[in-house]
Ligand binder design. Structure first.
Ligand code: TYC
Length: 103
């Protein structure tokens, strides 16, 4: 069954469109001995939009375990977050590093 359009063509009754979900990437912060805890918390607040309590929890997890999840994004957004973190770190002369892994 179908519906006749203004051009005379027959279209499906249901025009449900399947949109493929893009691959997601986890962005991790890595621990080091030099970046200050306050700077890492401020990065998690400003770049990853965490509230102070969660930003502090993530920072402490990274400090203790070596790495921790900052957020999950599509590829281009993940790449931009990482570039922003590395630029901010360089500006403040901290060696803070960030990586991404496909989910
Ligand atoms: N280990 C750092 C310190 O003791 C703190 C730190 C936490 C650094 C998380 C990086 O991603 C990091 N000052």
């Amino acid at each position: 069954m179908g519906i006749r359009t203004d051009t005379g063509h027959i279209t499906k009754d249901e025009t449900r469109q399947e949109l493929k979900k893009p691959p997601l990437y986890r962005v991790f912060l890595l621990n080091d001995d030099y970046t200050t805890m306050d700077f890492v918390v401020s990065v998690l607040e400003k770049v990853f939009h965490k509230k102070t309590v969660e930003a502090t929890q993530v920072m402490l997890h990274v400090h203790k375990n070596g790495k921790g999840l900052a957020g999950t994004y599509t590829r281009e957004i993940a790449e931009t977050k990482i570039a922003t973190v590395h630029t901010l770190a360089r500006e403040h002369e901290f060696p803070l590093k960030c990586t991404m892994e496909k989910e």
